[in-house]
Design a protein around this ligand. Structure first.
Ligand code: ATP
Ligand code: MG
Length: 403
């Protein structure tokens, strides 16, 4: 990251919150502020986080660069920049911009551009953003002899002038965007520890919904390290929560799977998935969550054809959300790498061991209901009663995400 050496504040920008009405925006910004404060505390970074002028600012921090990294992991953040703060006056801003340009060693061989924004009462600032760009640009040329290149400069010097303060910065570090975690209702996320489901859960979190993770433990039918991989995925996801924790519900379903092995054939995966949604709904009801999230995508497996998704859905009374419905596998893998869940999920974690050799690809809900073992779906309640609840924390992997 290109941060000014004497940066003293982190400027945190959001995007979509600006489309909300005043009261909603203000509540969401406050949530963003608190989430970021929590994230910094958990990472051992002392700081004060404040909200002003539709922005969030991290001040008095022990580590500006680490604070920028934390902001970039915080849902709702569009971007964050390490800044030098100064008075919102032309001379002060120009001096700060020159100091930053000299510090980054702009020279006659390099090019730069100044991008300025100005907000606030015109009577307070007798200049426009263009005036700032021109004056700061001229002063930087005078001091460094660097070339101005507005299209593809080597270095961009940003200036943001607000009512009572101005900020000068170099890079903007991109955040995940979305909405602050906790601004939407929780959802139950079915997480298998494969590649897809942690990405789907992350997408729901990105839109503001905390997740209650649900893992179906297939007992004798599960792969040897399935649970471990599920836990690792959640450790990676927990990094994105303000308190660094995610609750996992590990639901033992081995007996139900035995029934399915004995009593079903080519429609087995559909019964299993119907049962799986029921389990997730049961957890959702328990935790006041409002829906179920899965990592399914159209046509990825025989159980994920449009017809079969319909069949499976007909067992659920809550909406089943599929953030990855239209994603190609490669797109999912790319995001998994970016968010740090990939390492833990290289092997197919689905239910390969119980899949029939010739699965039905276009069953009808009537047919599946007819072939369903008696009382199968109702067994979800007892299984969830036996669930083991574990708080998964991010601490073990902090700082070692291998993208
Ligand atoms: P993943 O989709 O997590 O990478 P996968 O692709 O091997 O694993 P699928 O068979 O495609 O798994 O399952 C589709 C979805 O069903 C998963 O994305 C996940 O949401 C859910 N799921 C499958 N198995 C389990 C399980 N054992 N526990 C919880 N959820 C599961
Ligand atoms: Mg999958």
């Amino acid at each position: 990251m290109n941060a000014p050496a004497d940066a003293d504040v982190v400027l945190v920008r959001h995007r979509e919150l600006g489309t909300k009405s005043g009261g909603v925006q203000s509540r969401m910004e406050e949530r963003l502020r608190r989430n970021l404060q929590g994230m910094l505390e958990r990472r051992g970074i002392t700081a004060t986080v404040e909200r002003r002028w539709s922005r969030v600012y991290v001040r008095d921090t022990s580590d500006v660069e680490a604070a920028v990294d934390a902001a970039a992991d915080c849902f709702g953040v569009a971007s964050a920049s390490a800044c030098v703060s100064t008075a919102p006056e032309m001379d002060a801003m120009v001096d700060a911009a020159v100091a930053v340009a000299e510090d980054v060693e702009l020279s006659p061989e390099t090019s730069f551009a100044v991008d300025a924004r100005r907000a606030g009462d015109r009577s307070q600032h007798p200049f426009t953003s263009k005036d700032i760009e021109e004056e700061a640009g001229a002063a930087i040329v005078e001091s460094t002899d660097a070339d101005v290149d507005l299209d593809s400069p080597d270095v961009r010097v940003g200036v943001e002038c607000r009512a009572k303060e101005a900020f000068v910065y170099l890079d903007s570090h991109e955040g995940p965007g979305g909405l602050p975690l906790g601004t939407q209702e929780p959802v139950a996320a079915l997480v298998s520890g494969g590649i897809d489901s942690p990405v789907a859960a992350w997408q729901a979190m990105k839109r503001g919904s905390p997740v209650e993770a649900v893992y179906l433990d297939l007992g004798d039918y599960a792969g040897v390290d399935h649970v471990a991989r599920c836990r690792e995925s959640l450790e990676a996801l927990a990094r994105y929560t303000p308190d660094g924790g995610i609750r996992l519900h590990r639901v033992p379903v081995g007996d139900v799977v035995s029934t399915l092995m004995e009593e079903t054939a080519n429609t087995r995966m559909l019964h299993y998935r119907r049962f799986m949604y029921r389990v997730a709904e049961e957890v959702a009801g328990w935790r006041n969550a409002e829906g179920v999230v899965t990592g399914e995508s159209l046509g990825q497996k025989s159980s994920q054809t449009a017809a079969n998704l319909r069949c499976a859905d007909s067992a659920a009374s809550m909406p089943v959300h599929r953030p990855l419905l239209t994603w190609d596998k490669q797109e999912i893998v790319d995001l998994a790498r970016e968010i740090g869940t990939y390492r833990s999920s290289k092997v197919d974690a689905g239910c390969v061991s119980i899949a029939p050799s010739q699965p039905a690809t276009a069953a009808t809900p009537e047919e599946v209901r007819r072939r369903e073992p008696h009382g199968l779906l109702e067994r979800a309640v007892d299984c969830v009663d036996d669930a083991e609840v574990v708080e998964i924390t991010a601490d073990e992997i902090e700082g070692e995400i291998d993208a």
